[in-house]
Design a protein around this ligand. Sequence first.
Ligand SMILES: NC(=O)c1ccc[n+]([C@@H]2O[C@H](COP(=O)([O-])OP(=O)(O)OC[C@H]3O[C@@H](n4cnc5c(N)ncnc54)[C@H](OP(=O)(O)O)[C@@H]3O)[C@@H](O)[C@H]2O)c1
Length: 266
Amino acid sequence: MSPASEIVLVTGASSGIGRELAHCFAADGSECVLVARSEEALHDVADALEGAYGTDAHVLPADLSVPGAADTVADRLHERGLSVDGLVNNAGVGARGAFAELDAQRQVDMIQVNVTALTHLTRRLLPSMQDRGRGGVLNVASTAGLQAGPYMSVYYATKAYVLSFSDGLAEEMAGTGVTVTCLAPGPTRTAFADRADIDEARLMDLGATMTPAAVAAAGYDAFRAGRTLEIPGWPNKVGAILTRFTPRVLARKVTAWLNGGADGAR
Ligand SMILES: NC(=O)c1ccc[n+]([C@@H]2O[C@H](COP(=O)([O-])OP(=O)(O)OC[C@H]3O[C@@H](n4cnc5c(N)ncnc54)[C@H](OP(=O)(O)O)[C@@H]3O)[C@@H](O)[C@H]2O)c1
């Protein structure tokens, strides 16, 4: 896809990896539509993009945990006459703790944001890309999607969905001019760990934590190259290969330990 005069929608653009991805797209001249709940933070990002790159940036506040939010976003794009060429499904939340003890609504909301809104938004915006014969989807998964994750079981399962969905859709889109790329980062220094209560987990202590700017740059390059999967950083790439050849029972026991177990202690 050519960056010239394209419009790219980024969910979760108010902070972390999403904000950095918006910078990557705006830097090459793309007009950005910024989606998240925090309207003030989105305006700050829009001002920064317009100031740094002179490109237009639109703020579209939405809570993707609300059922039907994807329809609301798509309808508001239509009302504003914005036809999206690139969709970056980056918004995501996690929660650490024993499944049976974590708040039920928090886990349902997580599935709504990480899985349902991502799928629904893709379903709403993909057909017009297909009609034009150009465009791309960039879905942000995680290396968490490569194995089961006890004490973050729902989060890991949502990311397994994103990996599988993206892979399948990439094949369906082959030859249409529309690309599908999945970015699967490992631990990254953003607000995510604090929000998901994993900042004290051993996982964040492995010494391979990346900056959101480096993760976004890798994802952006993969998207532009039309690659199907990008795992940024060589420690994460090596980890992904090892996981493939590790018995599932061992992988989940190691992950339980990395996630801090039921008490969350290091
Ligand atoms: N950080 C890591 O270690 C790591 C590793 C692998 C994968 N990832 C994935 O990377 C993606 C970005 O996370 P991050 O690390 O950049 O974390 P982050 O800084 O917490 O960013 C999360 C973004 O998602 C938005 N968001 C959260 N709930 C939302 C909702 N209900 N509706 C709309 N937007 C919502 C947040 O904005 P508002 O709060 O303003 O709504 C924020 O912009 C996520 O999908 C995450 O699973 C992160």
